[in-house]
Design a protein around this ligand. Structure first.
Ligand code: SF4
Ligand code: SF4
Length: 129
């Protein structure tokens, strides 16, 4: 009886569709709301460091004075805490995933630096006399 049951199950699994996706032979099915690669918009960022403080893995670095924002992709766990905390909506989690990395490089973004202030005009000379 046990052999019959086992054969029945083996036949069932042999002819049924696999429960998993045959990636990479078939395109990946993206589930709505799935969290992938963190994207950054340097045009709206004000370099406030809120995202850096909220990140539980220390993946983000921010330098307010130099207007630099950096991420260590291998540390990011796509939790979305930084996205929720950003006051300028500069961060988002896309549904795509990045390429596999072979080095631990940080991605660094440089914001627009303000133009240097022009030197103040010299006061007009006071006429003698
Ligand atoms: S929280 Fe938003 S605005 Fe502030 S530094 Fe991070 S990305 Fe920029
Ligand atoms: S998604 Fe999470 S782990 Fe990734 S940078 Fe944002 S806060 Fe850090």
């Amino acid at each position: 009886m046990a052999y019959f049951r086992m054969t029945q199950m083996a036949l069932k699994w042999a002819i049924s569709k696999p429960a998993t996706n045959p990636y990479p032979f078939a395109p990946r099915v993206i589930i709505p709301g799935s969290r992938g690669l963190l994207t950054f918009n340097k045009d709206t960022c004000v370099y406030c460091s809120v995202c850096r403080k909220k990140c539980p893995t220390g993946a983000i670095g921010v330098n307010r004075h130099q207007k630099k924002w950096a991420i260590d992709r291998l540390r990011c766990i796509s939790c979305g805490y930084c996205v929720e905390a950003c006051p300028k909506d500069s961060l988002a989690l896309s549904t795509s995933h990045g390429s596999p990395a072979v080095t631990k490089d940080r991605e660094i973004y440089q914001g627009e630096m303000p133009a240097p202030k022009a030197p103040a005009a010299a006061p007009a000379p006071v006429p003698a006399g």
